[in-house]
Design a protein around this ligand. Structure first.
Ligand SMILES: [Fe+2]
Ligand SMILES: [Fe+2]
Length: 207
């Protein structure tokens, strides 16, 4: 993660911490994102792991889904301990996934979007862990989740191979733009730049 991105993520996180309602809403969103991730990986296994040759991928998607389910429970415990009764909220993640999921056409592209989304949330998580202002209960939870997410990002990237990542990278960039995490392409010398290549400006939530 670029140092400017780290700084911007830290600035975003400190602002969230100063506003309890915003923090609680973000935690509810995190809970839903973990639940969605659980369902998404099961869906990938169902759609793209038919036949013997994809048995290993089937196990990987199921292994990751089970960890996502566990993460959702951990976040739920945190919601309960903070007295948060809300369970549903409309998050940013739909904006991201509406751009990304159409790119999922095969096993490798499914793994590719998984790898990129996991990588994004992992980067944010590491900033939150390193921030001394992060409440102890939240840091403790992320310290438990972080090693799992690191394995998810790595194993999914291995499964996607360069082909899978290349096929979905533009959709991922479009998703980041939709989230406001990147600036859309700007005109250069009077001509628009090709593709959704863009500058990152901050980071919030994608997974
Ligand atoms: Fe997770
Ligand atoms: Fe994950």
């Amino acid at each position: 993660m670029q140092s400017s991105m780290v700084d911007k993520t830290r600035t975003w996180w400190l602002a969230v911490l100063k506003d309890e309602a915003r923090l609680n809403a973000w935690l509810v969103r995190l809970y839903n994102n973990e639940k969605d991730a659980y369902e998404r990986f099961l869906d990938f296994a169902r759609r793209f792991c038919k036949g013997r040759q994809n048995k290993e991928a089937w196990y990987l998607f199921h292994f990751i889904a089970e960890q996502e389910r566990r993460h959702a429970h951990m976040v739920l415990d945190l919601l309960i301990s903070r007295g948060i009764v809300q369970r549903n909220n409309s998050g940013n993640s739909e904006r991201y996934w509406s751009k990304v999921l159409p790119c999922v056409q095969c096993l490798q592209t499914a793994a590719g979007v998984g790898a990129l989304a996991e990588g994004l949330s992992l980067e944010r998580m590491r900033v939150i862990i390193s921030c001394k202002e992060t409440p102890g209960t939240i840091r403790k939870m992320f310290l438990e989740i972080e090693p799992d997410e690191s394995v998810h990002a790595r194993t999914l990237a291995d499964l996607a191979k360069k082909h899978g990542i290349r096929k979905v990278i533009d959709c991922h960039s479009e998703g980041l733009i939709a989230l406001g995490l990147k600036l859309a392409a700007t005109a250069t010398n009077g001509k628009p730049r090709k593709g959704p290549k863009s500058r990152s400006i901050t980071t919030t939530s994608s997974k």
